[in-house]
Design a protein around this ligand. Structure first.
Ligand SMILES: Nc1ncnc2c1ncn2[C@@H]1O[C@H](COP(=O)(O)OP(=O)(O)O)[C@@H](O)[C@H]1O
Ligand SMILES: [Mg+2]
Length: 293
């Protein structure tokens, strides 16, 4: 067996144990609420008894660490360069949620040698064992890293807002994904959340417009998860560096997020390839990165 096969077998055998559910949160356009939703959905899942870790692959301004007011000491590549272990690079957030910073590491993953990849993946397997849910905050747009995370994650959460550019950019994202040969939307769940809507109806309308176009022209079926209203409490919470579900639990946005978290956890029984786990997702991600280098 060659190195790659051995690694794959190792990841596979670790899967027989319990793997984390991996959800990649993405969008066509930035500033639509990906990071807010990653953090707040994560918080609610934690309240519902799940062990949650957020992997920050977004290098936007209001990233997870800013939003939670925490400051991670290490990032992903410190597993390799500083000989750290997975538990050492996880920063503890509120409600016991863990937080792993991608740092600039995500783009560097393509240049790792075999031994470093082996090390990284065996640390990733620990993440699978420690947590029930891994939320990847992917960043926005049609950059390679975003695409590759979306492609390799069994479950995708696509965030859109009523802004026309948010919708057209989401189409573009789906279109580019569709063009990538390896992307098979039939084996994926692409859940849509309409954020910052005036009312529930507006959320549904955005979704049905998107779904019509994407099933007709892109042969990609989307699922509607629900909507989150435009709510000033959401922006106030950001200034306070607290998740809105903690700072303003009774606000309209928080109530909607509670419902969405329950809905996501309730569809856990569906037997998609949802339990591939984060180690497998990373292995596939690195494979893509290496190929497109
Ligand atoms: N439901 C909402 N109502 C009002 N403001 C929101 C809502 N969701 C997000 N925001 C605001 O939008 C801005 C961008 O959100 P953020 O989560 O950083 O987006 P992204 O991660 O997609 O770039 C933040 O300032 C946040 O407060
Ligand atoms: Mg963000």
């Amino acid at each position: 067996m060659d190195q790659a096969t051995i690694l794959r077998e190792k990841v596979k055998s670790s899967q027989e144990a319990s793997n984390a559910r991996v959800i990649a949160v993405t969008s066509g356009k930035g500033g639509v609420g990906k990071t807010s939703l990653s953090v707040n959905l994560g918080m609610e899942m934690a309240k519902l008894g799940k062990k949650v870790v957020i992997f920050d692959a977004d290098f936007g301004l209001a990233n997870v660490e800013v939003m939670l007011g925490i400051r991670p000491t290490y990032n992903l590549l410190d597993l390799i360069h500083k000989n750290k272990t997975m538990p050492e690079i996880i920063t503890q957030g509120p409600m016991g949620i863990g937080f792993v910073s991608g740092g600039s590491g995500v783009s560097e993953l393509a240049s790792l040698d075999k031994n470093s990849i082996k090390l990284l993946i065996s640390e990733m397997i620990k993440l699978d064992k420690m947590y029930d849910v891994v939320i990847i905050d992917t960043g926005a747009g049609i950059t390679d890293s975003v695409m590759e995370f979306v492609m390799v994650s069994p479950e995708v959460l696509l965030v859109v807002t009523p802004e026309p550019t948010s919708i057209t950019d989401a189409y573009s994202l789906l279109k580019v994904l569709r063009r990538k040969g390896e992307f098979n939307p039939l084996y994926k769940t692409i859940n849509v959340i309409s954020n910052r809507v005036e009312n529930e109806n507006e959320g549904k309308e955005i979704f049905s417009k998107m779904n019509t176009v994407s099933s007709k022209f892109l042969n990609t079926k989307l699922e509607y998860l629900g909507s989150v209203p435009q709510d000033k409490n959401a922006s106030m919470a950001i200034i306070e560096q607290k998740p809105v579900v903690v700072a303003y639990p009774n606000s309209p946005a928080s109530k909607a997020i509670v419902g969405l978290a329950e809905k996501i956890l309730n569809c856990e029984h569906e037997d998609y390839k949802k339990k591939d786990g984060i180690a497998k997702v990373f292995l596939d991600f690195i494979k893509f990165k290496k190929r497109s280098k």
